[in-house]
Structures are given as structure tokens and as C-alpha cells.
Design a protein around this ligand. Structure first.
Ligand SMILES: Cc1ncc(COP(=O)(O)O)c(C=O)c1O
Length: 495
């Protein structure tokens, strides 16, 4: 048995002169026992995920009486607390890793990455400076170097792990603004299909919303280069200072990949920082068939990746990759006296210099342990499998007379809607409402979790497939259910 050093918990309930002492320490045996219990709960959850609902939620009216209350003055037994958490709190949530959770962008972490998460909290590594975490910092350097190679970035490129894609996009915008000399009339160019985190990041970075241009996308949701050129010309003529263009390696709505090489050419010619948002789709570059579609991504100045999406990591594991980490450090480094001991020289990266977090968790361990445990090939195969599943689901939808694809499948995303049998065509004006009701019914039943979007002014049902447990049957069953519910509801909508 490992001895705890420092204050022994034995007798920790009694302080000097017989006074009861309140302690935050735990007995080692109790730690083991409760720790195993937590592991058992997670393993049990994973083993039975498919049997439970994909989503369960409750209104505040229900949650408040169940869960709200004052902070207790006295501690309680862990067993009862865990029972409450596992029985009453955790179930009221989306089961994001349920095989039929197809909404938004799901996430399905590997076991190794979950274990790593427990470890990094238990060891409570401070991953801000090399001084305080040389081994862990080396692992982050190494993981970032893997990403660098996968993206086709040159040696010397690197980055920083972040809480997610939103944080990475913010860092990219600030780095680009700083690299441009913080122009007073700075203007940035996004796609009208860009993720909302970019416009929010621009707001946080103090860029006037009027100088955030949303460039038109074509019918396949890809930026139209001619529109980008026109917007740039107009803004230059108007005395503005364009400094950043953002392309997408997989849009959130449809999984579209922008013409990344063409945008690279424009960015080169105009002297702009070129950022690619690959939060959803970036890791699909590992798929040999997708890689050519992302040609030009390697010419960018920075890329957002989100390992907690399509690289099978738990929340919060995001990443910003930059071609020149020096520019990131110029934008974010601080050098207060109280950190002077942490300056070990440029070889020894202080990750706090590459973003806004001084105190950072050791996120890299999740990715490192996952890749070491299962191999890169297994991660790549899962990405390819999801793409194949999406194509299969799209083919099924295309072949079904009552369904309509609203966009070509993009990476793992399929957008479609129920339109009813041809002989009893539902009026076009009622289709939005019908599809909204189909989705509500399926979500409320817990069978599958779906989310909708709007494409070309029409409400679209949407599958985002990336879960390591999702099967062809899961998708076929969900499609069948959509048709069954649609058929039943069809008569009552818009009639
Ligand atoms: C393309 C894209 N960019 C950025 C984000 C934001 O990432 P996060 O939710 O990790 O902050 C998302 C999230 O879905 C996304 O799909």
C-alpha cells in the first residue's frame, strides 16, 4: 500500500486538545474503494449505453427541487453522494457518446483518454511552464509535432492545446491581428458558413462587427473565391485594412471543405493571415481519400483542430496549430517578475506563452495515451469508417422516395428532410413544421438525438456521424423511424 506523505488522515477527525478537526484529506483505503466505484460506474455506463436513451433532459422546474440546496456545513459519506450524482444528475444530459447521438458535433472519447483525464487531475500537473512540467510539456511538444506532420506543416511549426475550437479560433484572430500591427481599421473575412465562434472571437478581440465580412458560399456551402476577392477590393478601396481570411476544413452545417488552395493564393497575394477552421473536420486529413480535398491547408498560417471532436478525446481538448509559433508567443507572452525563474530558453516551451491560460491542465496526455494505446491506424480507420457510414446513410436517404437529401454528404454530415410520399405530397410550406415535429418526437423518445439546421431557407434534419460505436444499423433504424413518424404526422401538418 502506498503511504500518503504529509498530514496523515488517520485521526484526522481529531485535532489538538480533543477538538474535532475538519479535514479535506481522505483515507487511502477509502480513496481506492470510491475510485474503483467510479471506474465501475463509467465502465457500466459504456457497456449499457445503447440500452439507454440518447438524450434525457428536464426543465428547471424539475431540476431545482431535486438538486438545489445550500452548501452543507458537514461532509457526508461518498457512497450516498455518488449515488445521487449517478442516479439524478448525470442521467439528465445528452449521452453524447451514445451510438445514436447524431446531433451537433458529438464526441466519443477512448478509454485511454478518459483514464488520462483522471490521471491528470490526480497528479494535478501545472502545464503552463517547462519548469513545472518538463515531462508533460515534452509530451505536448510531441503531440503537436504529430499534428504538424499530419497537416503537412513544415518542421518548426507547432501550437498549443486549448479548451476547444472556440478558444483556438480566438487565439488565431488575436495572433493575426498582432502580426498585422493591430490595425485600427482591421477587417477580417469569414465564410457565411463559418462557425459562430469566429464572429464571437472577433467581438472578444475588439474587432468592430461591421468589419467582420461574411463572404458568400456557393450551393455546396463553399466560399466563392470571386466574392472574397471582390470584398477585399471593395474594403481596400474604402480605406480598410484586411488582415485575416478564414477557410473551413469541414463546416459545421454540412461538412463542406472550402477551396483551401484558392484561398491560400488570395491570402498570399493580399498579404493576409490565413487561418483554417478544422475544428470539426481537420482530422479527416488523415483519410487518404479526403487528404487531396484539403490541399492548400498546409499553406495556411494557422489551423484550429478539435481532438475532442473527431480525434476521440474527452472535452476539453482543442488545439491551435501555427506555422510560426513565434508569432503566437509575440501575441501572448507576458514576462512578470514572479515568472522569471520559468524562463529556460526557447527550446523549453512555456505553453502559457502561447495563449491566455497560465494555469493549464495536461491535455496532451489524453491524446498521447490514446495514440500509443490504439495506434494512429485505429484512429484513422475510425475517421474513415464514419465517412463511409455517412455516405451509406446518404445513399439510403437518396433512394427513399419519402426523403430528400438537402446537401451532398460532407465528411460525416448528412443533411436531409422528410417530404412525404409522392402521391400525398405535403405542401412545401408545411415541410419545415413537419420535420421539426419529427425531430421533436424522435428526440423526446430517446431513441436518437438529432439536431436540425437551415439550408437554403429550409429546415434540415442533420446527422453528424463520428462515434466509435455507431453502426450502419443504428443509422438505418433512425432513418426508418424518421419515415414512420413522418408518415404518421404528415397527414396532420399543413392540412
Ligand atoms: C467548425 C467549428 N469551429 C469551431 C467550433 C467550436 O469548437 P468548441 O465547441 O470546441 O469550442 C465548432 C464546434 O462545433 C465547429 O464545428
Amino acid at each position: 500500500m502506498t503511504e500518503l506523505t504529509g498530514d496523515r488522515p488517520s485521526g484526522h477527525r481529531h485535532g489538538p486538545a480533543g477538538h474535532e478537526r475538519k479535514s479535506l484529506l481522505e483515507d487511502p483505503e477509502e480513496m481506492r474503494r470510491s475510485g474503483y466505484e467510479v471506474v465501475d460506474a463509467i465502465v457500466e455506463r459504456w457497456a449499457t449505453l445503447r440500452d439507454g436513451p440518447a438524450w434525457q433532459g428536464a426543465t428547471r422546474e424539475t431540476t431545482e427541487p431535486m438538486l438545489h440546496g445550500p452548501a452543507p456545513e458537514e461532509g457526508r459519506e461518498l457512497d450516498g453522494l455518488l449515488e445521487k450524482v449517478l442516479g439524478e444528475v448525470m442521467p439528465l444530459a445528452g449521452r453524447i457518446d451514445h451510438p445514436r447521438f447524431l446531433a451537433f458535433i458529438p464526441s466519443s472519447p477512448t478509454w485511454a483518454s478518459v483514464l488520462a483525464t483522471f490521471l491528470i487531475s490526480g497528479y494535478n500537473i501545472f502545464q503552463g511552464t517547462w519548469l513545472e512540467s518538463s515531462g508533460p510539456s515534452q509530451i505536448e511538444v510531441t503531440v503537436l509535432d504529430w499534428f504538424r506532420e499530419w497537416l503537412g506543416y513544415p518542421a518548426g511549426s507547432s501550437g498549443v492545446l486549448t479548451s476547444g475550437g472556440s478558444a483556438a479560433n480566438l487565439l488565431a484572430i488575436v495572433a493575426a491581428r498582432e502580426a498585422a500591427g493591430n490595425p485600427e481599421r482591421g477587417t477580417i473575412y469569414l465564410s457565411e458558413q463559418s462557425h459562430g465562434s469566429l464572429a464571437r472571437a472577433a467581438r472578444v478581440a475588439g474587432i468592430d462587427p461591421g468589419r467582420v465580412r461574411l463572404v458568400a458560399a456557393d450551393g455546396a456551402s463553399r466560399i466563392v473565391p470571386a466574392s472574397l476577392r471582390a470584398a477585399l477590393a471593395e474594403d481596400r478601396a474604402g480605406g480598410l485594412h484586411p488582415f485575416l481570411v478564414v477557410g473551413n476544413a469541414g463546416t459545421t452545417n454540412t461538412g463542406a471543405i472550402d477551396p483551401l488552395a484558392e484561398i491560400a493564393g488570395i491570402a498570399d497575394g493580399e498579404g493576409l493571415w490565413y487561418h483554417v477552421d478544422g475544428a470539426y473536420g481537420g482530422f479527416a486529413i488523415l483519410d487518404p481519400e479526403i487528404r487531396p480535398l484539403m490541399a492548400g491547408l498546409e499553406r495556411s498560417d494557422s489551423v484550429t483542430l478539435d481532438p475532442h471532436k473527431w480525434f476521440f478525446q474527452p472535452y476539453e481538448t482543442g488545439c491551435l496549430m501555427v506555422k510560426d509559433p513565434g508569432r503566437l508567443e509575440t501575441a501572448f507572452r507576458i514576462a512578470p517578475d514572479y515568472l522569471q525563474d520559468a524562463a529556460w530558453g526557447p527550446e523549453h516551451v512555456n505553453f502559457c506563452d502561447r495563449g491566455i491560460q497560465l494555469t493549464r491542465i495536461f491535455r496532451a496526455l489524453r491524446i498521447w495515451l490514446s495514440v500509443q494505446r490504439y495506434g494512429l491506424a485505429a484512429h484513422r480507420a475510425e475517421i474513415s469508417r464514419a465517412i463511409a457510414l455517412a455516405r451509406g446513410a446518404a445513399a439510403r436517404i437518396r433512394a427513399h422516395p419519402e426523403l430528400e437529401l438537402l446537401a451532398p454528404p460532407g465528411l460525416g454530415i448528412v443533411c436531409f428532410r422528410y417530404r412525404g410520399p409522392e402521391h400525398a405530397a405535403v405542401p412545401a410550406t408545411a415541410l419545415d413544421e413537419l420535420n421539426r415535429r419529427i425531430q421533436d418526437e424522435i428526440v423526446q423518445s430517446g431513441f436518437a438525438m438529432m439536431s436540425s439546421t437551415r439550408l437554403g431557407g429550409r429546415l434540415s434534419l442533420r446527422f453528424c456521424i463520428l462515434n466509435i460505436r455507431t453502426t450502419e444499423e443504428d443509422l438505418a433504424d433512425t432513418v426508418d423511424r424518421i419515415v414512420t413518424v413522418g408518415w404518421r404526422l404528415g397527414g396532420s401538418v399543413g392540412a
